[in-house]
Ligand binder design. Structure first.
Ligand code: BDR
Ligand code: CA
Length: 316
């Protein structure tokens, strides 16, 4: 039995890795994508998400999300991490199709209501669309099966400021609303995503095994390696968004602690995920440890098979 999945994403290089991983994993049925600003603007994210699906011959609706955060102006896209169009030095994507007519919030609510208790939402960008879905139809907390968030940091530093991880920092008000809501949330933060890394040799092997999709990821990731090398001195990249997808398929690879999460929305520590302090909300399952060798191995083996999966879909 496959797990129905909606990916809320701001593609983005590691988003592209995560999306292709989900498309290639036979245990997942990606029934929708919703898009959000962050690594790029929302209109670019929507084009990129549609292009990723077309690249993999994966027929899936893509609904465009919010253009700006819940209560503040949009931050500048992270083009220094992901490139001007989101995929490193590659030019703007030109998908053949168009987006779903619904807003991301409407799409999330209607799709979860159509399959009550069956859909996992994996959010790998700022949480604006999920907060908007809670406003649009609060019963989504009962119709969704679970929410898995790539974002935040419990015991570690941030990656935008000393305190804030990028997805939370881009819309702290939305993130706080998501962690405060009465639904099943798992947080895959920097505590685990920075522990799993891949190298240019890994992506060369992906390009050999799967020239179309692995080759695309290899080309896009070169820019991502430049960013990481400038930051850490090592030519290897953190597997942020793919880790969240693997937390859906292989949760046993992570060690979790259940604590409340609240998000600092003002002051120097804005965007910080504060754990175990709030008493007004249910707990979040926070990943604190990871079997990073296995996460890395799953990512690499699934992407190596990605072209075969795409070809099978094309001819079926
Ligand atoms: C997160 O921020 C984005 O740059 C990545 O795509 C990932 O979702 C990591 O902090
Ligand atoms: Ca992302």
């Amino acid at each position: 039995m496959t797990q129905k999945l909606i990916i809320d994403t701001d593609p983005g290089i590691d988003d592209a890795m995560a999306v292709h991983l989900a498309f290639a994993d036979a245990r997942l049925d990606v029934i929708g994508m919703t898009t959000i600003f962050g690594n790029v603007r929302t209109d670019q994210a929507t084009r990129n998400a549609m292009a990723l699906a077309e690249m993999a011959h994966y027929s899936v609706p893509v609904a465009a999300g919010a253009a700006i955060p819940r209560r503040r102006d949009a931050a500048t896209p992270a083009d220094f991490v992901h490139g001007p169009e989101g995929f490193g030095d590659l030019p703007a994507m030109q998908p053949a199709g168009g987006p779903d007519p619904r807003s991301a919030a409407q799409f999330l609510c209607e799709t979860c209501a159509a399959h009550p208790g069956e859909v996992v939402i994996c959010a790998v960008g700022p949480l604006t669309n999920l907060a908007a879905a809670l406003d649009h139809n609060p019963s989504i907390t009962r119709t969704v099966k679970a929410v898995v968030v790539m974002g935040g940091s419990a015991a570690r530093h941030g990656n935008v400021t000393d305190y804030a991880e990028a997805n939370i920092w881009n819309d702290p008000d939305a993130a706080d609303a998501v962690f405060a809501a009465d639904w099943d949330v798992t947080m895959i933060g920097l505590d685990v995503t920075e522990k799993t890394q891949c190298t240019p040799d890994d992506f060369a092997a992906l390009a050999d095994a799967a020239p179309h999709i692995g080759g695309f990821l290899q080309q896009a990731s070169s820019f991502y390696f430049d960013f990481h090398e400038a930051k850490t001195g090592k030519r290897s990249c953190f597997m942020h968004d793919p880790s969240a997808i693997i937390a859906v398929t292989d949760p046993a690879l992570f060690g979790f602690e259940d604590r409340t999460v609240s998000v600092t929305c003002n002051g120097d520590e804005i965007g910080r995920t504060v754990t175990g302090v709030a008493t007004d909300r249910r707990t979040t399952r926070i990943a604190m440890t990871v079997d990073s060798a296995s996460v890395r191995a799953i990512f690499l083996s699934q992407i190596k098979a990605a072209d075969r999966c795409a070809q099978a879909r094309k001819t079926s």
